[in-house]
Design a protein around this ligand. Sequence first.
Ligand SMILES: Cc1cc2nc3c(=O)[nH]c(=O)nc-3n(C[C@H](O)[C@H](O)[C@H](O)COP(=O)(O)OP(=O)(O)OC[C@H]3O[C@@H](n4cnc5c(N)ncnc54)[C@H](O)[C@@H]3O)c2cc1C
Ligand SMILES: NC(=O)c1ccc[n+]([C@@H]2O[C@H](COP(=O)([O-])OP(=O)(O)OC[C@H]3O[C@@H](n4cnc5c(N)ncnc54)[C@H](OP(=O)(O)O)[C@@H]3O)[C@@H](O)[C@H]2O)c1
Ligand code: SF4
Ligand code: SF4
Length: 519
Amino acid sequence: MPHVVTQACCADASCVHACPVNCIHPTPDEPDFATAEMLYIDPVSCVDCGACVAACPVGAIVPHTALAPEQQDFLGINEALTGDDRPRRPQARVPTIVRLGPTRTTLRVAVVGAGPAALYAADDLLRQPGVEVTVFDRLPVPHGLARHGVAPDHTSTRAVADLFTAIEEQPGFGYRLGVHVGEDITAEEVAAHHHAVVYATGAGTDRPLDIPGVDLPGSTSATRVVGWYNDHPDHADADVPLDHERAVIVGNGNVALDVARILATDPERLAGTSIARHSLEALRGSRVREVVVLGRRGPEHAAFTLPELVGLDAREDIDLRVDAPDGIDPDAATTRQGRLKLELLARIADRPSRGTAETTPRRRIILRFATAPVEVVGTARTEGLRVVRTEPVTDPDGRVRAVPRPGSEEALAAGLVLGSVGYRGVAVPGVPFDPASATIPSREGRVLDAADGREVPGLYVVGWIKRGPRGFIGSNKTCARETVNSLLADANEGRLPTPGPAARFEELLRSRRPVPATV
Ligand SMILES: Cc1cc2nc3c(=O)[nH]c(=O)nc-3n(C[C@H](O)[C@H](O)[C@H](O)COP(=O)(O)OP(=O)(O)OC[C@H]3O[C@@H](n4cnc5c(N)ncnc54)[C@H](O)[C@@H]3O)c2cc1C
Ligand SMILES: NC(=O)c1ccc[n+]([C@@H]2O[C@H](COP(=O)([O-])OP(=O)(O)OC[C@H]3O[C@@H](n4cnc5c(N)ncnc54)[C@H](OP(=O)(O)O)[C@@H]3O)[C@@H](O)[C@H]2O)c1
Ligand code: SF4
Ligand code: SF4
């Protein structure tokens, strides 16, 4: 019986390194690793040793015999993804960690941000003797979006916190929480007291949905609702009216699917999770019965990933529907994972409804494609969203855009409209920033001066603020490895600045934040 990768996979590839027979793919060596929506196990080669189960930080690998009913589909998916690739050959070497040469002084590194990228970077740094890592976060609690983003009902993914705890317990690791770099202390002050500073500040805000009416009460962003149900201190006061039968979410990435699922879940099912108490109470009084998720392009361009769709489809308590006005063509897929996603969408579109409000208390999620938002409508508050059908147009560079079909406008009544069109990085004063990509410009993790493109000695970047707001928790592990290798190589070559005394920095910090936050 083979082992099987399931929905919680966050693509950190720990299992790949644990497997003695190289049957988990794609490996970070293989070209499709960067675009993979999940890893999979070749059921023929797997020798059932169980090493990968112990290695996986989120419990995503399950022996075939232990699959829960809602996980059964993953057996076929692992088999289908394996296809006829076997045996697979590595295309390039996985970057091994650079070794820090003998030093007379302790290498003091500041990491700004305490999300997954920061912790993976700290882990790689602390494998070297003579390194101290201080991790700063503006919030009083660490782990970034692994705590304030991952949906509360994704309990196995949230178990990645155990891995982070193990990193935090290593000698040389220290937190300075509740310290906002750029506000409480300047970037220059942090740099002046450390050999190197690694920026891991993520993508702290949402991309705005730029249509008329978005400022009406009842129209907000998925980012704000995610923060609201995940107890993010910035979003506790979000206004999330749930007094209308329909909510509409614009954008169809995994964030949109998370929010739709939370809005459509029986609150009692969420009661035992980490969901914020204020949100649970609000959801208990919710009148929302239908959540419409709008994709402006066709199903072949759906931004949600295959494992998330499988997980949602397995939820018998939710009536999942697909509305694809131009049909679904699995041949339009460019990858095998994409093909499996289209085949599943087609099966959902063809099947009858799972029940009505009269026969069962199910709530409905409609994945609607080829539909773009035009205007949030309402007088004193949101009363609906005007939308338009779209058709695809291919640009000369091959990108497919959605353009409105004349005369196809319609109004969707709704009391809640959420933009879920992606996240956006925020500049830290004193640190280079590219406003176009909303990232810190870099080469192999070394920060580049925004004006002349030269490397800034001692400054590094990792995670979403380096790559943009894409990818899973584990994607930040390979990203961190690249950055830490650049930092260690620079240390070995004597290219890091000499910092001022650590004690003076502690004094400075105490003068700005007299009451430090604790974990
Ligand atoms: C809603 C949502 C759900 C997700 N769910 C999943 C999932 O189920 N599985 C999965 O694999 N991936 C998931 N992801 C993706 C995953 O969360 C990201 O890949 C990952 O968190 C990015 O890590 P990061 O460290 O770059 O950024 P973040 O996690 O955003 O961490 C950045 C940290 O920096 C801090 N910070 C920012 N500015 C400053 C400053 N100036 N001074 C001090 N601190 C600062 C912030 O407070 C934050 O703690 C999800 C993403 C979102 C948005
Ligand atoms: N469970 C998980 O593993 C999990 C959970 C949550 C998030 N994440 C990851 O976190 C990252 C961010 O997710 P995300 O959902 O925020 O972003 P995303 O995957 O980039 O999706 C953004 C969506 O917004 C649409 N969009 C953008 N601009 C629009 C506009 N002006 N009008 C209408 N639609 C617009 C996009 O459509 P187009 O494609 O047409 O541009 C796309 O559907 C992703 O990599 C995701 O996989 C993972
Ligand atoms: S059970 Fe063993 S052989 Fe099978 S995938 Fe896991 S590590 Fe590899
Ligand atoms: S989360 Fe990591 S260890 Fe677990 S299955 Fe996915 S890639 Fe493998």
